[in-house]
Design a protein around this ligand. Structure first.
Ligand code: ADP
Length: 502
C-alpha cells in the first residue's frame, strides 16, 4: 500500500560523502543525514575508497535520516539510488567482501593502458559502441587492473566466484544481503563495456578488456521495483525502485525531459548534460554520448561535457591569491562595474577541457591596464565560468543541430545572480534556477516514486518542479558577439603554453 506511505528515501552516494534524504509527496525535503568518508591516495594519481565504509556510511545515514525526524521505516514507500559514477568494486559472491578497495573515477592508474588502446586504434570501436572517449575514468580498465593485480583474482573471476559493480550495484547487493546483483542502464553506460545502442554488455569489448562476463550485473531500467531491502537492514522491507548515476539523476531531477533541454551544475567544475531524446548523437567535439535514462521501454540519450574549473575559479581568487574574503562577495564586486572593461580571464588552471581540449593551456588574465581593479579580475573570473559553459553548450547544439530551449541550473555557484544573468545574456536563452536545489537526490526519488505509484505520472512530478528564479537574456547581440570574440582571442593565447621538453 505505497499510496498510504507519506515518504520516499533517496540515497545519494557521492565521491566524498554518503547522504540519505527523505522527501514528501510535494517533493519537499523532510530529513537529511550525511556522513563523509575517507579518501585514500596510496600513490600519485591513485584514488580509492573503502567499499565497506561506503556501505556503512550509507546504511547509517539511512537510519539517521529516519530517527532524526521520528519517521518509521514503514512510512517509506520506496528507495531511489543515485551515485558517483564509474567507481569500480569487485567482490566475492560468497562472502560479500570486496577483494580490493573501490577504484574511484578520478583514479589515473590505468592512463598508460588507455593510451595504448588509443595507439592501437580502438577509439572508433569504443566510441561507436559506448559513446565514450577512451579514458581511465571509466570502469573497464579499472576492473581489468583489479583482475590483473590482485592475487588469484583472475582465476576466481573465471570460476564465476567474483562480482563487479559500480556503487549502485554494491549498495543494492548489500541492501538485499547478496540476493540481487543489478545495475541500471545509466551506470552501465559509463563502464565502457556496455553497448548503448543494442542495450547489452558487449562481448567484443569484454574480450578486449579481458573481463569474464560472469562478473557483470544484470542491467535494469531506471525506474522499476527491482527488489526489496532485506529484513536485517531496516527490519521493514522497502522496495528499491529507482537508480541513476548522479549526472543523469540531476537531469531527471531538473525534469529536462524533452530533447534540447539541458542542465548545468555549477560546482567546483561545471557539468553539462543535454537531453537528445531517442537519438544517441555522436559528438564531433569530443563530448560524451550517454544514456540519460530508460523508463519502461522508452530510452532517452544525452550529450555530456564538463568544464574543469568552474566555481573553483572563485575558490582560487579567495584561497589561492586572497583577492576575496568569501565567494558571495564576488557578486557585488562584479556588479559594481558596468562592463568588464576589456579584462578577460582564461581559467585554464588544469588545461582546457571540452571543446578546446588543450592540456598544455594555462591560466591567464588579458587586457589588464592601470585602471584594472580587483573588481575587474573578479568579474573576469565569473564571466569566464559563463563563457566556458557557453562554449560547451554551443558544441552540443552543433552536434545535435538544435538550439538549446532552456537551461536549468544547480550547484553552489548558481547562488550568484550576476553569473546567472550573464549566462542568460551570453546564451540568449532562458535560465531557470529551481526551488528544489537537491536536484540529484530528487531525480532518484522521482524515478523510484514513479515506479511505486507514489507519484502517478510524469505530469504530476512536472508540477512539483518550480523555478525559484528565471533569468531572461537582456544583452544586445552586438555586445554579446564582441565579448565572445575577445574571449576566444584570450583562449587562443592561453593555449599551448606548457612545452613538455622545457
Ligand atoms: P561541489 O559539489 O563541486 O563541491 P558546490 O555545488 O558545493 O560544489 O559549489 C561550490 C563551488 O561554488 C565553489 O567552487 C565555490 O567557489 C562556488 N561558489 C559558491 N558560492 C558562490 C558565489 N556566490 N559566487 C560564485 N561562486 C560561488
Amino acid at each position: 500500500m505505497t499510496q498510504n506511505k507519506p515518504y520516499l528515501m533517496a540515497l545519494d552516494q557521492g565521491t566524498t560523502s554518503s547522504r540519505a534524504i527523505i522527501f514528501d509527496k510535494k517533493g519537499k525535503i523532510v530529513s537529511v543525514a550525511q556522513k563523509d568518508f575517507k579518501q585514500y591516495f596510496p600513490q600519485s594519481g591513485w584514488v580509492e575508497h573503502d567499499p565497506q565504509e561506503i556501505w556503512t556510511s550509507q546504511s547509517s545515514v539511512m537510519i539517521e535520516s529516519l530517527v532524526n525526524k521520528g519517521i518509521g521505516a514503514d512510512q517509506i514507500a520506496g528507495i531511489g539510488i543515485t551515485n558517483q559514477r564509474e567507481t569500480t568494486i569487485v567482490w566475492d559472491r560468497k562472502t560479500g567482501k570486496a577483494i580490493y578497495k573501490a577504484i574511484v573515477w578520478q583514479d589515473r592508474r590505468t592512463a598508460a593502458f588507455c593510451n595504448e588502446l588509443k595507439e592501437k586504434g580502438h577509439s572508433e570501436l569504443i566510441a561507436s559502441k559506448t559513446g565514450l572517449i577512451i579514458d581511465a575514468y571509466f570502469s573497464a580498465t579499472k576492473i581489468r587492473w583489479i583482475l590483473n593485480n590482485v592475487e588469484g583474482a583472475r582465476a576466481r573471476a573465471e570460476a564465476g566466484e567474483l562480482a563487479f559493480g559500480t556503487v549502485d550495484s554494491w549498495l543494492v547487493w548489500n541492501l538485499t544481503t547478496g540476493k540481487n546483483h543489478i545495475t541500471d542502464i545509466t551506470n552501465a553506460s559509463r563502464t565502457m563495456l556496455y553497448n548503448i545502442h543494442s542495450q547489452e554488455w558487449d562481448q567484443e569489448l569484454l574480450d578486449l578488456f579481458e573481463i569474464p562476463s560472469s562478473l557483470l550485473p544484470e542491467v535494469k531500467s531506471c525506474s522499476e521495483v527491482y527488489c526489496e531491502t532485506a529484513g536485517d537492514v531496516l527490519r521493514v522491507k522497502i522496495p528499491i525502485a529507482g537508480i541513476a548515476g548522479d549526472q543523469q539523476a540531476a537531469l531527471f531531477g531538473q525534469l529536462c525531459t524533452k530533447p534540447g533541454m539541458a542542465k548545468t551544475t555549477y560546482g567546483t567544475g561545471c557539468f553539462l548534460v543535454m537531453n537528445t531524446g531517442k537519438e544517441a548523437v555522436r559528438s564531433k567535439n569530443q563530448l560524451l554520448t550517454t544514456v540519460a535514462w530508460k523508463i519502461g521501454d522508452e530510452i532517452n540519450y544525452a550529450l555530456e561535457g564538463s568544464v574543469f574549473i568552474g566555481g573553483a575559479a572563485i575558490q582560487w581568487l579567495r584561497d589561492g591569491i586572497g583577492l576575496l574574503g568569501n565567494a558571495n562577495e564576488s557578486e557585488k564586486l562584479a556588479m559594481s562595474l558596468k562592463d568588464n572593461d576589456g579584462v578577460y580571464f582564461v581559467p585554464a588552471l588544469a588545461g582546457l577541457g571540452a571543446p578546446h581540449w588543450d592540456q598544455d593551456a594555462r591560466g591567464a588574465f588579458f587586457g589588464i591596464t592601470r585602471g584594472t581593479t580587483i573588481a575587474h579580475m573578479t568579474r573576469a573570473a565569473l564571466e569566464a565560468i559563463a563563457y566556458q559553459v557557453y562554449d560547451v553548450l554551443k558544441a552540443m547544439e552543433k552536434d545535435c543541430g538544435k538550439p538549446t530551449q532552456e537551461l536549468r541550473v544547480d550547484g553552489g555557484a548558481t547562488a550568484n545572480n550576476f553569473l546567472m544573468q550573464f549566462q542568460a545574456d551570453l546564451l540568449g536563452c532562458e535560465i531557470k534556477r529551481p526551488q528544489i536545489i537537491e536536484t540529484t537526490a530528487i531525480g532518484a526519488a522521482f524515478l523510484a516514486g514513479l515506479a511505486v505509484g507514489f507519484w502517478e505520472s510524469r505530469e504530476e512530478i512536472q508540477s512539483l518542479w518550480t523555478a525559484d528564479r528565471s533569468f531572461t537574456p537582456e544583452m544586445d547581440s552586438e555586445h554579446r558577439e564582441k565579448l565572445i570574440h575577445f574571449w576566444h582571442k584570450a583562449v587562443d593565447r592561453s593555449k599551448n603554453w606548457v612545452e613538455s621538453d622545457k
